[in-house]
Design a protein around this ligand. Structure first.
Ligand code: ZN
Ligand code: ZN
Length: 141
């Protein structure tokens, strides 16, 4: 279950799709990492450690240069602190070992990851200086 969030400020309006209905599984994405699709650094981390997992849950990313907001699967790699299984729900357990860089589709600057779309109303658009307004426009499977 996911939803489309309309994120607006004085200078722009974006529809951002959060969660829901994605076809590629964690395992398949990890396989792409293993084959070097995300670069050699990430490839080595995954090849050397079976316990590494990848975060595929879309979250908002914000461009600090132009104020663009998009949803991206983070594709960050995590390793469990103890034991073999990682639970991404347990905030203290997985240790971030590799961060995937996401570039703004409009201005190609690096984008900043937000943990939740609930952070957006507290953030100001760098271009017009206004706080973002958010509104769920529809729910998706
Ligand atoms: Zn703005
Ligand atoms: Zn940008």
């Amino acid at each position: 279950m996911g939803y489309v969030l309309r994120v607006s400020c004085k200078c722009r309006e974006n529809d951002v799709r959060i969660g829901g209905g994605f076809l590629d599984s964690e395992d398949r994405t990890l396989n792409s990492v293993r084959h070097g699709y995300f670069g050699s650094e990430a490839q080595k981390l995954v090849q050397n450690d079976e316990s590494v997992t990848i975060d595929c849950d879309p979250v908002p990313y914000i461009c600090e240069k132009c104020g663009n907001v998009v949803a991206r699967k983070p594709y960050d790699l995590y390793r469990p602190k103890n034991g073999k299984e990682v639970s991404l729900e347990d905030e203290d357990d997985p240790v971030l070992i590799w961060k995937c860089a996401h570039k703004c589709p409009e201005c190609h600057s690096l984008m900043m990851k937000l943990e939740s779309d609930e952070d957006l109303p507290e953030m100001k658009c760098p271009r017009c200086g206004e706080n973002y307004k958010t509104e769920i426009t529809c729910f998706i499977d």
